[in-house]
Design a protein around this ligand. Structure first.
Ligand code: C2E
Ligand code: CA
Ligand code: CA
Length: 729
């Protein structure tokens, strides 16, 4: 308490002293009264709490400027001239101030200024109350760091960035001084991860990067043994000293704190600062808490690295893994979205695996990759393993298409050596350019689509992705999903199209055609869904559903004692070649008690191309069970008249494209020959797609047995077919 302040009455001083007492149980409430008239704001009174807080004695405090406990940088123009000398509002004004104690500790305070007014006093005296919020601020900072680190975790941020963010926060918030924080974390093999403050000059950063870490670590280990708190202050000794030499003008002092786990040294945290600045005595417990967060990030980092190492290479080929490829390319193209993604595979891969085994297949891919690598145009190009039989390549060059051809040529020019044999290969490539509009995943998918396309083409082939193709594939995928739903919901129906005797014009049978009305009411036509269903294997289920419908129809007619007709069902090659195709058919017919003479199997003529012998066996087996077989779309593909003699077809269906042009003499001649030939071989002839009477008449004249087409009837529902048969009697 100051007895030399004449302006203050004893009463007031008592009250000020008690002001502290009232706050005893809270944070220290130091009270100071200062003269707001004087430019340097001299203190005229300070209570015992403030004196304790500042660590000076009373004589030192009284008369000194309120701002003599402040760092000059913190004066903020004398706190905006005590907030416009409060007088304007006379409201208390609250702010934050750092007090530097006699022992050079920095105490952060929340300060409230109030004017003191009492009668007959010419001077303006202000009162300032100080609350020590150092602990609270640090806790808030720790909590903030912890919260933001967790957030970064969840966003899968690079651990280096997380650590560097922690350092930056400390730089900004730890003390009012200009400090630079750097972090070194040691690995088991004494290599280190360095997070260097961005505040250092490039020279310093270069020097740090060159430093021999093992020297550093052994130095630290020695130094830390001597010090129970694991801190080293003023580390201007080797090997750190020269690191700061260049920045002497700025950071010429440093404190080093060890990060340790039990007794094991894990790393160091360095705070560099300038000698003319005051740095708070290091608060070890604060840093120990901070290091808990740093250690967690480090642990996470190591775990990531471990799993990363594991997924970095493809174990079979030793090439980069797809995962690695994606990461690398993502980095590159986020800077510059240019270049190409190619997928490449030897067409002979399966054969090579069949003959020489899996390892030979991998060896071939590795050899191709090596040849590609030697052709690499650009440092940035990357080759990785894509799937078992294909490689994926990123090329940054712009005239990819042209160069690709050249590269491919040199890839296949000379043979590969597999198990001591020389093997020539043909190559399929799918290429997709990288652009701003598509993600890397999309580019890879597009390259893959182009690749599938190129696999269908004979010989070496490079297929460039195009958007139309993408739309088609997109629609196909959509249809595929709808097919799955449609099968579940039994949305597929069989429509029947009558087949008529061209002589008598009487209905002699029907063809069952799949119709699909999807749940939104729209029809999807066979030309669209059959290819997708065939491609995805779903055709078998669809055809089973159609057969079932046909059998129910026949069963119902049989039950009602109505005449039965033969119905032809279409069988896709997949279904036809399925092992138990005939057995299932027989079982189904037995279930509905329908005789096999009422079911005809229509298969397209090129079925024999796949496996002539097998086709012949199945057709004979069908015949043995009493089923007739019909060769659909005859003349459309690679017709081989051989089939007619060697496969036991009961019927051929002359493709609509011939019937359409029956008025062309050449086409007419072909049709007539086919009909004659079939007649000679005792095979029935059916003309498909008859739309006009003239066509029907000509066909009848040349001895074609059966007609089918819109001229007679369009495909119709089963009820309509019943009605029609009823009307015809
Ligand atoms: P397809 O087996 O050659 O069937 C004949 C197609 O020609 C049917 O088309 C039929 O509606 C149509 N058509 C019949 N008469 C005429 C005519 O006078 N003029 C014209 N312009 N067209 C006529 P749809 O029903 O659209 O079937 C197309 C193709 O889809 C069929 O050709 C067949 O290859 C396939 N398909 C239909 N259902 C099935 C099935 O259950 N399984 C399999 N694998 N394929 C089926
Ligand atoms: Ca057909
Ligand atoms: Ca046909």
């Amino acid at each position: 308490m100051n007895k030399h302040s004449p302006q203050l009455s004893d009463e007031l001083m008592d009250w000020l002293q008690n002001f502290n007492d009232e706050q005893k149980h809270g944070v220290i409430g130091g009270v100071v009264v200062f003269d707001a008239e004087s430019n340097d704001y001299p203190i005229v009174f300070a209570n015992s709490s403030f004196i304790r807080l500042a660590g000076y004695n009373e004589q030192e405090v009284i008369g000194a400027s309120l701002f003599s406990y402040q760092m000059p940088s913190e004066n903020q123009a004398k706190l905006q001239e005590i907030q416009g000398k409060i007088s304007k509002t006379n409201h208390p004004f609250m702010t934050k101030m750092y007090i530097i104690t006699k022992e050079n500790n920095i105490v952060q305070c929340e300060v409230t200024f109030r004017p003191l007014q009492f009668d007959g006093n010419a001077k303006t005296l202000y009162m300032a109350t100080f609350y020590n919020i150092t602990e609270q601020t640090k806790n808030e900072m720790l909590y903030d760091i912890y919260r933001r680190t967790m957030q970064s975790y969840n966003q899968d941020k690079d651990p280096r960035i997380i650590l560097s963010d922690i350092c930056k926060t400390i730089e900004q918030q730890y003390t009012p001084s200009d400090i630079a924080c750097s972090l070194i974390l040691y690995d088991e093999d004494d290599t280190a991860q360095k997070i260097l403050s961005e505040k250092f000059s490039q020279k310093i950063i270069d020097a740090w990067n060159k430093i021999e870490m093992s020297t550093c670590i052994s130095y630290l280990k020695k130094a830390l043994k001597k010090n129970s708190t694991y801190t080293i202050e003023n580390v201007l000794t080797e090997p750190y000293s020269y690191l700061l030499n260049d920045d002497r003008t700025h950071y010429d002092k440093a404190i080093l704190i060890a990060i340790h786990d039990e007794q094991k040294l894990m790393g160091t945290f360095m705070i560099a600062y300038s000698q003319n600045l005051v740095l708070e005595k290091i608060d070890v417990s604060f840093f120990q808490q901070l290091f808990v967060v740093i250690k967690a990030v480090d642990k996470y980092n190591r775990q990531q690295k471990k799993s990363w190492r594991y997924i970095y290479r493809d174990p079979n080929t030793g090439l980069y893994s797809l995962e690695y490829f994606k990461r690398k390319i993502q980095e590159k193209i986020s800077e510059c979205p240019k270049g190409y993604i190619s997928i490449i595979s030897p067409k002979e891969y399966d054969d090579i695996v069949n003959i020489y085994g899996r390892k030979a297949g991998y060896a071939l891919l590795t050899q191709i990759a090596n040849r590609m690598a030697s052709l690499k145009a650009n440092e940035n190009d990357i080759i990785a393993s894509f799937v078992t039989n294909a490689l994926i390549i990123y090329t940054s060059e712009s005239s990819e298409r042209f160069n690709c051809y050249k590269k491919i040529k040199s890839l296949v020019e000379s043979p590969y050596i597999i198990e001591n044999s020389e093997i020539y290969i043909t190559i399929s490539v799918g290429v997709c350019p990288i652009d701003d509009d598509h993600s890397l995943e999309e580019c890879i998918r597009h390259a893959d689509q182009a690749f599938s396309k190129s696999m269908e083409k004979p010989g070496d082939h490079i297929q460039l992705f195009n958007d139309e193709e993408n739309d088609r594939i997109y629609r196909q995928r959509k249809i595929y999903n709808q097919i799955i739903y449609g099968l579940k919901e039994k949305e597929f129906r069989a429509y029947l199209q009558p087949k008529l005797s061209l002589q008598t014009k009487k209905i002699i049978g029907f063809e069952a055609l799949a119709r699909w009305q999807i749940h939104d009411g729209n029809m999807i036509y066979p030309d669209e869904f059959i290819p997708v269903a065939e491609h995805t294997g779903k055709i078998i289920e669809i055809e089973d559903m159609i057969l079932e419908e046909v059998l129910k129809w026949l069963f119902n007619r049989k039950y009602l004692n109505l005449p039965l007709y033969q119905v032809a069902v279409n069988a896709s090659p997949q279904h036809f070649y399925k092992k138990d195709f005939v057995d299932n058919l027989v079982a189904k017919l037995r279930q509905y008690q329908i005789d096999s003479c009422y079911i005809k199997i229509e298969i397209t003529e090129n079925i024999g191309l796949a496996d002539f012998k097998k086709a012949s066996t199945i057709i004979s087996c069908l015949k043995l069970h009493g089923f007739e077989t019909s060769m659909d779309d005859f003349g459309k593909g690679f017709s081989s008249l051989n089939y007619l003699t060697e496969l036991a077809f009961a019927e051929i269906k002359i493709d609509k494209s011939f019937i359409d042009h029956i008025d062309h003499p050449k086409t007419f001649a072909i049709i007539r020959t086919i009909v004659q030939l079939a007649n000679n071989l005792n095979i029935n002839t059916v003309a498909e797609g008859i739309e006009y009477k003239e066509q029907s008449d000509i066909l009848s004249d040349i001895g074609c047995d059966v007609g089918q087409g819109y001229h007679f009837y369009k495909p119709m529902t089963m009820d309509q077919a019943n009605q029609l048969l009823n009307e015809l009697g």
